[in-house]
Design a protein around this ligand. Structure first.
Ligand SMILES: C[C@](O)(CO)[C@H](O)COP(=O)(O)OP(=O)(O)OC[C@H]1O[C@@H](n2ccc(N)nc2=O)[C@H](O)[C@@H]1O
Ligand SMILES: Nc1ncnc2c1ncn2[C@@H]1O[C@H](COP(=O)(O)OP(=O)(O)OP(=O)(O)O)[C@@H](O)[C@H]1O
Length: 270
């Protein structure tokens, strides 16, 4: 079975309080971003995971695809599998690339071996692999709260919005990013803000990581400004960075920006 795990964007992100389990409560809107890896899973004689494309730090046993298999294997009689991951989505980008791989592996194994797990059951497995993972089970725009793994439906249709995502070849670890943010009450009601026209979001939809990280990584602010100068209706850091994205008014083709050769860019329609 061949699947294409996509990335996500955070549209607004407020870190609201410290939790007793060491994590933070947050509020964010998650939207799927069609920048994808490719993951093939086949029944095999012995377990194997091979990776091509962008190198992923760590042993294969720590890879989220492998961990997804092991998690299901503990509860189901799964045969060995051979997996191949073509890694395209940048790592440490705030795009949830690894989390998408984990959840697409859970979904693919569920289908391949007729495990008959409902989405809510797969979400529970996904939550055990990482805070961002559960979103990718249903993979639809949602308002996320608590650890970012509890969801409420929202009426948000970004279909056809032109988007440009820029990864400035800078790996920001999620743990480091959280350690730089002091939780606080959200400045705006996110669900009310995103119900307003996109042009108003610049003033009302913020990301607490952006404020905390930009003084340490000025390139984040420079990219955001470049996207606005190029005509973006809204631009922001995604998640804990370092990818910065811009949404452009419908029908407008995102302009070509002059950026260094080692940056990665995704352009397309949501
Ligand atoms: C920044 C976001 O991408 C926003 O969607 C996510 O909150 C990050 O989710 P993730 O990469 O799946 O993160 P996890 O693997 O669960 O956690 C990595 C580290 O981030 C911190 N962390 C993560 C999520 C959360 N709600 N509070 C936290 O404090 C913890 O220090 C944790 O050890
Ligand atoms: N399949 C995978 N793809 C990417 N990273 C993976 C994968 N499996 C495990 N990892 C580990 O997860 C880490 C990447 O997580 P990190 O949280 O920094 O970034 P991210 O997944 O790109 O985005 P986000 O911050 O939104 O979760 C890497 O250091 C890597 O070792």
């Amino acid at each position: 079975m061949l699947v294409f795990p996509n990335a996500k964007l955070n549209l607004g992100l407020y870190i609201t309080s410290q939790r007793a389990d060491g994590f933070r409560n947050l509020e964010s809107v998650f939207v799927p971003l069609p920048w994808t890896d490719a993951l093939e899973i086949l029944p095999a004689e012995a377990n194997a995971l091979t990776i091509s494309g962008i190198p992923i730090p760590g042993e294969v046993e720590t890879n989220l695809c492998w961990r997804a298999y092991e998690l299901l294997k503990a509860d189901f009689d799964l045969p060995p599998v051979q997996m191949h991951l073509q890694k395209v989505v940048p790592i440490g980008a705030g795009l949830g690339g690894g989390s998408g791989d984990a959840s697409f592996a859970l979904r693919a194994l569920n289908e391949l071996f007729n495990l008959n797990c409902l989405p809510e059951v797969l979400e529970n497995y996904a939550r055990r692999l990482g805070s961002d993972c559960a979103f990718f089970i249903r993979n639809k725009p949602v308002f996320a709260h608590e650890k970012g793994d509890v969801f409420e439906p929202i009426a948000l249709d970004l279909t056809g919005v032109a988007c440009k995502v820029i990864y400035p070849n800078l790996h920001i670890s999620t743990g480091e990013a959280y350690s730089r943010v002091v939780p606080r009450t959200p400045r705006h009601d996110l669900r009310q803000s995103i119900a307003q026209p996109m042009e108003t979001w610049r003033e009302t939809v913020g990301n607490d990581f952006e404020d905390a990280l930009t003084p340490f990584y000025p390139v984040l602010g420079e990219l955001k400004q470049a996207l606005y100068t190029a005509g973006a209706a809204y631009a922001c850091l995604s998640g804990s960075g370092s990818a910065v994205y811009g949404f452009f008014p419908k029908q407008q083709v995102p302009p070509v920006l002059r950026i260094p050769d080692d940056y990665l860019v995704w352009d397309g329609l949501l």
